[in-house]
Write a new protein. Structure first.
Length: 92
């Protein structure tokens, strides 16, 4: 997989913004098939930073009731990447 296929988009939420400012950790939505090594290589190549660790979460899609039954949203994979203390990513 290419680096742009692995990293779908950065997650800019209130919690992720505080985490990036205080702990130098950034959150990304990634491809569900991507491994931690692929995520590490993709972030290092796209943003030219050094990655210390990668943590992943599989987020189950929420279900909603519709007129014709229940509908489940898509499952996403989230990666939280911790960077070297000297490196930063400017997402905004």
């Amino acid at each position: 997989m290419h680096a742009t296929d692995v990293i779908r988009k950065p997650l800019v939420t209130e919690k992720a913004t505080v985490d990036s400012a205080e702990h130098n950790r950034y959150a990304f939505e990634v491809d569900r098939r991507a491994t931690k090594d692929e995520i590490r290589k993709a972030v290092e190549s796209l943003f030219s930073v050094r990655v210390v660790s990668v943590a992943t979460q599989n987020r189950k899609g929420s279900s909603r009731r519709m007129r014709y039954g229940t509908v489940t949203g898509g499952t996403i994979k989230r990666a939280i990447v911790k960077l070297h203390p000297e490196d930063r990513i400017d997402l905004i």
